[in-house]
Design a protein around this ligand. Sequence first.
Ligand code: COS
Length: 378
Amino acid sequence: MFNMSFTDEQKDLQKMVRQFTQERVFPEAKELDRKGEFAKDLFKEAVELGINCMNAPEEYGGPGLDSVTCVLLTEELAKGDVGFATTLAANGLAAYPVLLAGTAEQKQRFFDIINQGKLAAFCLTEPNAGSDAGSVATKARRDGDEYVLDGTKCFITNGGLADVYTVFATVDSKKGVRGLSAFLVERSRPGVSVGKEENKMGIRTANTAEVILQNVRIPASNLLGREGGGFKIAMNTLDISRPVVAALGVGLGQAAIDLCTKYAKERVQFGKAISTFQAIQFLLADMAIQVEAARWLTYRAAYLRDVGQPFTKEAAMAKTMGGDVAMKVSVDAVQIFGGYGYSGEYPVEKLMRDAKILQIFEGTNQIQRMVVAGQLLK
Ligand code: COS
């Protein structure tokens, strides 16, 4: 059963984040995108609003938001700038391995860092471990009361700015996915450094960087869960965070609709507003149908997680739909704006550039389809 209505608290938070997005995020986004710059001031404001790490539990000083509330707020932020929304979502992504497998002491340590207004990053991807997440080559060698980590992570959101990382490394590469283990790694550990920062097509306000681990010694107490349990932690984490990525697509898609409906009523051709032409109306209608479908798949996947039902398939469906819809709708938005849509002076070309990553990160949409098919056929 899917019986969803939003609480007053959820509606209040949604209103607050909508206002923050309209008044602060959207107006700043264009220039920050042009410069490819992280929104430092906006992030500070997000910390003040208490939305910098939405899934941080109340007992550790966070807002303790459930998955439905996280997707509602992420959708609002994404209307203003998907890069900024991704920055905040990446904090939540990094927190899930700690929430899923960490001890109370590890949670305390992790959220103490977050509560100082610092960033976190989830370090799974490597140059040769993208879709094939199980082939992580970063090594973790046990040495007495410590582990020694060696390897390079790439395309890490918040990688260059984070003060704490959740890192996946193998304790025994012969064991494949069963060798993977998850670790909490503070940025301050000797041997942790930041490599290349990506100059990206879209989400240019989000920081994406290599994280290099050279002979990094961490106490054995930084192991999250058990040795060899890392792959399950990573998969469970991605299941939970995929609806959040879907929400990025929903917010982006809604922004495209809002901009296009306004523009179509203002833009006059052949003596009439282009909104009176059926060719434009059908484009707008299809945009609205797709975004609404993506929205409810997203809410439903988050809801299933909150009520403790299986949601792996629904999370992958939502992520696929959110990313594909964002891409389609943003391309159509550029079409409706015509030549102006292709110009950097208008906001829709940014949507198109930002949308593309949603079909790629947190598991490509081909991987999501594998997950859906795997669930159907099992
Ligand atoms: N939840 C819990 N367990 C899961 C799981 C999930 N969603 N998906 C897989 N597993 C388990 C399997 O049940 C299996 O366990 P057992 O051997 O005990 O049965 C184990 O993990 C290995 O699963 P599988 O054989 O399916 O692993 P693969 O190496 O074939 O990889 C995919 C599976 C492709 C789904 C995985 O590698 C993946 O998600 N890739 C995309 C990674 C990604 O999203 N990267 C984004 C970067 S992070 S922003």
